[in-house]
Design a protein around this ligand. Structure first.
Ligand code: NAD
Length: 331
């Protein structure tokens, strides 16, 4: 049995070595490059491929793999939006992904963003760099005094609720599908408008489906408390960045913690040292001391990366053995 793995990063190697040592009967070919029409030929002789990339899985890529008899694809990440699914289905591809790898990684990141903004860390960092060690005027706020509105109570939202309750914060939630435990704890409000009215901090944990795109915009911000803090560790296009910038300018939004950005593809996870990033709104966000931008690093923990590697290779092996992994993507 042979698996070819594309886009393998150095930080994935410990988990990959561990998986290989547990599966001595499987040959694993390791490639650092993305899967492209050019690199697809490296899959010659493999039974399956394991991948992780933002670049598209085009018709050409899929056809090249198919020609080599490789039509089992296991993603180390969740997103399948960059796969030409109609073509994949036509070519008989079996695809798996890793929908849940460590909700805690993302939930903790959201909590840290809130904590850093509440305690004015970016402003103090800037002052301390200048050796200005005075307290005022950056007085902090305590988490236990906040009402936090959690939008989306799926895997990540639920972990975050526990973390926030540990701090003593009041949590209110909204989800189009109510989770029985959260419902029993009486944490749901009936509408997003209600959540907007009550929350000092609003944090997003919903997918970027059509209905949710730009759900945070001038209209929704107008319904929020003045000086609200907005956290987005979900998907960049949930927020209309132009509207957020205006609300940061006029103080309607006091601060924002953003791990995702609507035009992040091609910008995040690259070194721009010594030059501005090619996006004026993102540069504007970087310059603000009441905004923290992290380049989609919420998922990036040792535990999550280990889970992504293990789960994707386990699923790949199941496909090779003719078994049906739980994470098989349905067309
Ligand atoms: N920053 C990162 O590194 C990172 C990593 C993983 C996931 N994510 C993102 O986090 C988000 C949540 O992931 P998850 O694993 O918790 O997903 P999930 O599917 O477990 O939960 C999503 C929840 O959102 C709810 N929902 C959908 N639309 C809604 C709406 N309009 N209003 C209220 N609720 C709505 C769903 O009913 C569901 O309960 C996704 O956008 C995902 O892409 C980000």
């Amino acid at each position: 049995m042979k698996i070819i793995s594309y886009s393998i990063r150095d930080d994935e190697m410990p988990a990959l070595k561990a998986w290989k040592s547990q599966h001595p009967d499987v040959e694993v070919q390791v490639e650092s490059e993305n899967l492209t029409p050019e690199t697809a030929s490296k899959a010659q002789g493999a039974d399956a491929a394991v991948t992780f990339q933002q670049a598209p899985y085009t018709k050409e890529v899929l056809e090249e793999l198919q020609k080599l008899g490789v039509n089992k694809l296991s993603l180390r990440n969740v997103g399948i939006d960059n796969i030409d699914l109609p073509v994949a289905e036509k070519l008989g591809f079996q695809i798996t992904n890793v929908p849940v790898y460590s909700p805690n990684a993302i939930a903790e990141h959201a909590a840290w963003l809130m904590g850093r903004l509440l305690r004015r860390v970016p402003e103090y960092d800037a002052k301390i760099k200048q050796r200005d060690l005075r307290w005022a005027p950056e007085i902090g706020r305590e988490m236990r005094m906040q009402t936090v509105g959690v939008i989306g109570t799926g895997h990540i939202g639920r972990v975050l609720i526990n973390i926030l309750q540990g701090f003593g914060a009041k949590v209110v939630c909204y989800d189009i599908f109510q989770n029985p435990e959260i419902k029993a704890a009486d944490l749901y409000v009936d509408s997003l408008d209600e959540l907007y009215q009550q929350s000092d901090i609003i944090t997003l944990h919903v997918p970027s489906v059509k209905e949710n795109i730009h759900m945070i915009n001038a209209d929704s911000i107008a319904k929020m408390k003045d000086s609200v803090i907005i956290i987005n560790v979900a998907r960049g296009d949930l927020i209309d960045t132009d509207d957020l910038l205006k609300a940061l300018d006029n103080g309607q939004v006091a601060a924002a913690g953003l791990d995702v950005y609507e035009k992040e593809v091609g910008i995040f996870n690259k070194d721009w040292a010594g030059q501005p990033v090619p996006d004026a709104n993102l540069e504007d966000l970087f310059r603000r001391q009441n905004v923290i931008v992290t380049p989609h690093t919420a998922f990036y923990t040792e535990t999550a990366v280990e889970n992504m590697v293990q789960k994707s290779f386990d699923a790949s092996l199941q496909l090779i053995k003719g078994e049906t992994p739980d994470t098989l993507v349905k067309y």
